[in-house]
Design a protein around this ligand. Structure first.
Ligand SMILES: Cc1cc2nc3c(=O)[nH]c(=O)nc-3n(C[C@H](O)[C@H](O)[C@H](O)COP(=O)(O)OP(=O)(O)OC[C@H]3O[C@@H](n4cnc5c(N)ncnc54)[C@H](O)[C@@H]3O)c2cc1C
Length: 392
């Protein structure tokens, strides 16, 4: 927290309370949960319930719905602070905070009244968004003229959905989902898909496999399976056929939040690199007194500071678009943070020598975690292409 540029005292108080939560509830549990070979056992409801108790889980809900009405910049700071304790915990909460923000903009008044009070009260209320399919992944980031495979046919009073999504963060844990489904067969996904609000337990909607992941293990990712699942018209978000725009219109800061998560991992790695460089003596003095190591620690700091500034600018401008929002800010900050984190991960492992490769110091967990956002929220290369398409 010491290196974050904080603009007001309320932010400082929020971040202090998040740092306390990370210290007391996340760090003591993270290594053991991460080491469990069963991905479902790596998830902790206890941590989610504690996050609820201190108000983190609902902080992006407006006061009207029982939250704190946090802005996007403060939310990104919180997401980064959580990820210094554990990336998976940060992702569980980041998904929930961001989807709650989308819901307050994209759901109509009736839908909000139906969903948000129950979500606010439920200590286990987490949220998920289902876009990616086995055949359509980067296709969503670089709108390709294929339709989504998950499709719906119109019937009296609603839609019958068939198909599946995979890799979905919080997929097996969420109480509510936003799911993107092809409602106009044969049209490109960008023109013929609809966003549906789906409640957990709806007949015909089940959870498939829970993915066994290399890192970010405290968060679960799962398949969402739809077999003749009836979804009523009242669960259409926005209008039918306009699903593709729900995220673009209502949530430009999604990319920056993902960047904040992986930046927290970079911060945890940097701290370990500094601590080890102070402790380890080679060549007759601590590593930190060797110029090559000192310079690399400063370069890591530069990469993190630059990525954070980019993320913060994207978040602030997403909330104040009239001051110069441009659409590349919805694609590039995560790519920068993920590249920075990956460099910092490999450098930190190198500074630790063989000790970095052994599990006992916890560096290898952070290296596995740092890899997650090379792919999550869009593979970096596709995000560069997406930004180029905005530019040219
Ligand atoms: C930890 C994690 C969490 C996730 N959470 C969610 C979630 O909550 N909800 C959700 O919907 N999805 C989620 N995803 C899915 C994620 O968005 C996809 O993994 C991502 O979009 C990439 O899809 P893919 O993995 O199938 O790769 P592919 O699309 O198969 O891409 C493979 C490679 O080909 C390249 N490529 C693809 N298309 C092009 C092109 N046109 N030109 C040049 N190169 C190209 C890519 O850059 C990449 O290097 C998650 C993924 C992970 C790993």
């Amino acid at each position: 927290m010491e290196d974050i540029f904080i603009v007001d005292e309320q932010q400082r108080a929020i971040l202090k309370s998040v740092a306390r939560f990370v210290e007391s509830e996340v760090i003591p549990r993270a290594a053991k949960l991460d080491a469990d070979p069963d991905p479902e056992q790596s998830f902790s409801w206890e941590i989610v319930e504690k996050a609820h108790e201190v108000g983190i889980r609902t902080m992006t809900l407006s006061e009207k719905w029982g939250g704190a009405g946090a802005d996007s910049l403060t939310t990104a700071m919180v997401i980064e602070e959580l990820a210094k304790g554990d990336l998976g915990v940060s992702v569980i909460i980041a998904q929930t905070l961001k989807i709650a923000q989308i819901m307050q903009k994209a759901l109509n008044a009736g839908q909000q009244a139906r969903i948000l009070p129950a979500f606010a009260k439920d200590p286990r209320g987490v949220l998920a968004i289902g876009i990616t399919e086995p055949d359509n992944a980067s296709n969503y980031f670089l709108p390709h003229p294929t339709p989504f495979r998950t499709g719906a046919r119109k019937t009296g009073g609603g839609w019958v959905v068939n198909g599946m999504k995979h890799f979905i963060s919080n997929g097996n844990r969420a109480s509510h989902y936003l799911v993107f489904v092809q409602t106009e067969p044969g049209r490109p996904m960008a023109e013929g898909s609809t966003c549906f609000l789906v409640e957990r337990g709806r007949p015909g909607f089940t959870i498939g496999r829970v993915h066994d992941k290399m890192g970010e293990r405290l968060a679960n990712n799962a398949e969402l399976v739809f077999r003749d699942c009836f979804i009523p018209d009242e669960n259409v978000v926005g209008t039918a056929g306009n699903g593709f725009n729900v995220l673009a219109e209502f949530f430009p800061q999604s990319n920056a939040y993902a960047g904040a998560s992986v930046l927290g991992v970079a911060g945890a790695l940097h701290r370990k690199a500094i601590d080890w460089a102070r402790l380890r003596i080679q060549g007759g003095r601590p590593l930190i007194e060797h110029d090559g190591i000192r310079a690399q620690l400063a370069e890591m700091r530069m990469l993190m500071d630059a990525a954070r500034s980019y993320i913060h600018r994207a978040c602030w401008l997403a909330d104040h678009q009239e001051h110069g929002w441009d659409r590349t800010l919805g694609a590039l900050p995560k790519a920068m943070a993920a590249q920075a984190a990956w460099k910092i991960a490999t450098w930190t492992m190198e500074i630790h020598g063989g000790h970095g490769y052994m599990k006992e110091l916890g560096v290898e967990k952070l290296v596995r975690d740092a890899a997650a956002f090379l792919h999550s929220d869009g593979v970096n290369r596709t995000l560069f292409l997406k930004a180029a398409n905005f530019m040219f």
